[in-house]
Design a binder for this molecule. Structure first.
Ligand code: AMP
Ligand code: ZN
Length: 137
């Protein structure tokens, strides 16, 4: 498996590591969107968030929560976006699940996650869509 992030975890490729535990690994993004931009990944290779079970998800996000607090503590950023680009159409470029922690600053010129896409979905479908999703649990 030739995966860049697996190679970073294995120490074959250098990174600016900020955290490591039994399940997770985190380093500064090499092309940071903002100061302190960090990526957090499960140590075990998995390509898609949708393939992760609840236990692995809980482990990953426990680490994300822990790391985000430290990143914010160091940078002093008054806000943060936390998210995953999952799948090619969503902008995922490295097929190893990773959570972005992107500190946000006053007047940094960025927008909210709502600005990622503007496809104007049908608002009248909301009720039916909600019912379909709700019924799957
Ligand atoms: P994504 O586009 O969500 O798949 O995110 C991949 C991220 O990995 C991008 O933000 C890249 O800047 C970052 N990245 C790519 N190569 C490296 C690297 N060698 N070290 C640290 N971050 C990297
Ligand atoms: Zn990998």
């Amino acid at each position: 498996m030739d995966c860049l992030f697996c190679r970073i975890i294995d120490g074959e490729v250098a990174s600016h590591k900020v955290y490591e535990d039994e399940h997770a690994y985190a380093f500064l993004d090499i092309y940071p969107t903002s100061r302190g931009h960090t990526v957090v990944l499960p140590k075990k290779h998995i390509a898609s968030f949708l393939e992760m079970n609840e236990e692995k998800t809980a482990e990953l996000f426990t680490s994300v929560n822990r790391i985000a607090k430290k990143v914010i503590g160091v940078t002093g950023a008054p806000g943060v976006n936390i998210g995953i680009n999952n799948g090619l159409v969503a902008g995922q470029t490295v097929p190893h699940v990773h959570v972005h922690i992107i500190p946000r600053y006053e007047n940094d010129g960025g927008g909210s996650m709502h600005t990622i896409v503007d496809s104007n979905p049908d608002r009248e479908e909301l009720e039916q869509l909600a019912a379909s999703i709700y019924s799957r649990f």
